[in-house]
Design a protein around this ligand. Structure first.
Ligand code: PLP
Ligand code: COI
Length: 361
């Protein structure tokens, strides 16, 4: 039975010494510091899920005709492990990542992985690399489960072999400016996703397609690109790697509806926390023209981006080909701050976890 696969452990010959690890954890660049281990599980049409292994982090050896290198059949997830004040290790809603991973798998014609196996693989890695979880404020262990087509062939069809892998990396703040409000660039030429496409899946191809727009954002002095819809180029969708919320002067929140965007676990959690705090939260289309008009008139008080990597980041300014506009006081507003404090408080064990979102490791 796949669900009860046991993980073989291949001993690590030279794990990182404690002193070196402490220095690496101190101020890591996002995703640049690898931990000592990784987990791999194989899948084939004949055997299903098999060969679950914990081994030293290292390169894959891939044939040049490995399917993922040609047709990009690849999906991934992003989640974090936290060290709470009492020394415990927690994951935030990892079952939601398992569910979304399998939705992505279905969209990309890949095999689904039993939720228990997905979670067991993550727990194995977090346990063995627990010393890599930064203890300081804002630090966490970013976990990257992913799966790719490993069959060696050049025909265009769903592969018959896959590798599921989990790697991890200690991280601090995603944006270089730390907690400073971010600046967005509205992409004039590029869209991220179209109806019927892969926008709702967390597949590598979505990110490859977004990079030229993100590069344009950086060239214009912005932190992130924000995409408008592909059909009318009118409706705000999401950022390159985050969802977006608008906070209006009546205390209500607006966030773009699902369909062509990623169903963010942070987005979903924020909606629940905001509703519980008495805010009216609407998932409805919001146009770029309306955004500009509301920012200018003061009807829009705050806006923020949210995601696992970025957490909750206030948006201070928006730039586009025709000019720019500021939002609120160009810093974090009170609603953004309160929601971030509550979310981070739950994740780090400082605020009661009434919804049972934390998963102990
Ligand atoms: N949108 C995109 C395109 C993302 O890459 C992410 C990050 O994973 C999100 C939204 C936010 O999703 P989550 O809150 O589940 O991390
Ligand atoms: C995440 O937040 O986990 C993502 O995958 C987004 C990316 C910007 C790292």
């Amino acid at each position: 039975m796949t669900e009860s696969l046991t993980f073989a452990a291949i001993p690590h010959a030279s794990p990182t010494p404690a002193g070196t690890r402490a220095a690496l954890i101190e101020k890591p660049d996002f995703g640049r510091v690898p931990t000592d281990h990784m987990v791999t599980i194989k899948w084939s049409v004949d055997k299903g899920w098999h060969d679950a292994t914990v081994l030293a982090r290292g390169p894959f050896q891939l044939d040049p005709a490995c399917a993922v290198l040609h047709y990009a059949q690849e999906i991934f997830e992003g989640m974090k492990a936290y060290r709470t004040a009492d020394g415990a290790i927690t994951l935030f809603r990892p079952e939601e990542n398992a569910r979304r991973f399998n939705e992505s798998a279905e969209r990309m014609a890949m095999p689904v992985i039993p939720e228990e196996l997905f979670l067991a693989a993550i727990e194995e890695l977090v346990r063995i690399d627990a010393d890599w979880i930064p203890a300081g404020e804002g630090g966490s262990l970013y976990i990257r489960p992913f799966m790719f087509a490993s069959e060696v062939f050049l025909g265009v069809k769903p592969a018959s072999e896959y590798i599921f892998c989990v790697i991890a990396s200690p991280v601090g703040a995603y944006f270089k400016g730390g907690s400073k409000a971010i600046t967005l660039w509205v992409s004039e030429h590029y869209s991220r996703a179209a109806a019927g496409g892969t926008g709702a899946a967390k597949c590598g191809g979505n990110y490859a397609g977004s990079l030229v727009a993100q590069a344009e954002a950086i060239k214009n002095g912005c932190d992130q690109v924000v995409f408008l819809d592909a059909a009318e180029h009118r409706w705000v969708e999401e950022l390159g790697g985050m969802n977006i919320f608008f906070v209006m002067d009546d205390g209500s929140l607006i966030t773009p509806p699902l369909g062509t965007i990623l169903s963010g676990i942070t987005r979903n959690s924020i909606m629940e926390l905001a509703r519980a705090a008495g805010h009216d939260v609407r998932e409805e289309p919001y146009s770029f023209d309306q955004w500009q008009a509301d920012a200018r008139s003061g009807k829009l008080r705050e806006a923020f981006a949210c995601g696992t990597a970025a957490v909750v980041a206030g948006i201070g300014e928006v730039r586009h080909a025709g000019g720019s506009f500021a939002i609120g006081n160009s810093g974090d507003g009170p609603v953004t701050t309160a929601l971030r404090d509550q979310l981070v408080g739950i994740q780090r064990g400082n605020v009661a976890d009434d919804r049972k979102w934390l998963h102990g490791v």
